[in-house]
Write a protein that binds this ligand. Structure first.
Ligand SMILES: *Cc1c(COP(=O)(O)O)cnc(C)c1O
Length: 366
């Protein structure tokens, strides 16, 4: 293989690096999806998942990428008209999903790098007949972390309005108190902070969303939340589960619990703070770097950095790869040339991150 398979050099903000122990945990016999052994496996994972998601509701497990459950959230949870809070590529995707599923959808856009604050959302909801709001917790295209706890408060104060939250690149890397914050739907994927291979998606769905789903006969079949609910009660999935990935999930849930979810959040926070301090240090030395997300709203899981004059995002990413075998992402979409993104998420460590920053520094100051 051309690529080194050692853990710790692959810093894409999804898919992120997966530990060899997790990769090998996938190796196990196939199980029928109504077999007792499969039920026992899913049943053994549920309590840990509920603690990780901070919820007393079941955690749905789907064989799909995260976008599948974003679509499910919209199809099951929106009655008629949704307000999409946009500030980057993934929040714009939520809006596109709403339109593609035949709903009425407006945006409240604060621009790439902007943050959604409760006052503006409150104002946007006032006197309007939205029944749902979509938001992305960590906008992976910009590194901004929206204050979803505060947003949930103003959304619920607006009446019979639900908040559908994409926590794809924040879940397990930043605090997400699903029940305590009153998040009506939370969806995430396996390949970001969970540090699993891609292919699984998870959702927590509060009871009132199931009532909404009942009143929507055109909510679709593959991602029907009522089917997920009925099946997870029996530790089953509506259709064939991704058996191998669920073996890996079982191992990773054990590991996340052994680390402790709060320690995991702290480790992410420490990695992010190290990147922010490093950017400041280099700027003090005359290297023109800056962080896109405003202070106070920076994600602990991904940092989007403006590259100095003379560099482009893809050129810097390529140089870091060549010099040290590290993988970082260029900017996303329209920011591709201007930025790089470091995904300090999942099972990465401060030590491993230091190695990447040292190589970045060599490349930028040589
Ligand atoms: C990666 C990502 C997605 C899309 O996830 P897929 O698994 O590729 O469908 C959605 N939202 C955010 C915030 C992401 O980071």
């Amino acid at each position: 293989m051309a690529e080194s398979s050692a853990f710790g050099r692959f810093f894409l903000p999804g898919p992120t690096d997966v530990r060899p122990e997790i990769l090998s945990a996938q190796v196990g016999p196939m199980l029928g999806h109504r077999a007792r052994a499969m039920e026992e496996l899913i049943g053994s994972i549920q309590p840990g998942l509920q603690r990780i998601f901070r919820t007393s509701r079941p955690v749905y497990i789907a064989a799909s990428s995260a976008t599948g459950l974003m679509e499910a959230a919209v199809r099951n949870g929106v009655r008629r008209r949704v307000l999409a809070l946009t500030n980057g590529a993934f929040s714009e995707r939520f809006h596109r999903i709403a339109l593609a599923t035949g709903l009425e959808a407006d945006v409240l856009d604060v621009g790439w790098g902007g943050v959604h604050t409760p006052d503006r959302v409150e104002e946007a909801l006032r006197g309007k007949d939205y029944d749902a709001v979509t938001v992305v917790h960590c906008e992976t295209s910009t590194g901004v972390l929206n204050p979803i706890a505060e947003l949930a408060e103003v959304v619920h104060a607006a009446g019979d309005v639900v908040l559908l939250v994409d926590t794809v690149s924040s879940q397990t890397g930043a605090p997400v108190e699903v029940d305590a914050w009153g998040l009506d739907v939370v969806v995430t994927g396996s390949q970001k902070c969970f540090a699993l291979p891609p292919g699984l998606a998870f959702a927590v769905v509060q009871e009132e969303i199931l009532e909404r789903a009942e009143s929507k006969p055109d909510r679709g079949l593959y991602f029907d939340f009522l089917e997920y609910e009925k099946n997870i009660r029996k530790n089953q999935t509506p259709t064939t589960p991704a058996v191998s990935l669920i073996y890996a999930l079982a191992e990773q849930v054990r590991r996340i619990e052994a680390e402790g979810i709060e320690s995991r959040w702290a480790r992410h926070r420490a990695m992010a703070e190290r990147v922010w301090a490093w950017v400041d240090e280099l700027r003090d030395r005359g290297v023109g770097l800056s962080i896109l997300a405003p202070e106070g709203y920076r994600s602990p899981t991904v940092t989007c950095i403006d590259v100095p004059d003379g560099w482009t995002g893809p050129a810097l990413a390529a140089a870091v790869k060549e010099r040290g075998g590290y993988t970082v992402a260029p900017g996303y979409g329209k920011l591709r040339d201007r930025m790089i993104r470091i995904g300090h998420m999942g099972d990465h460590t401060l030590e491993g991150l230091e190695g990447l920053l040292a190589v970045l520094e060599e490349v930028l100051t040589r």
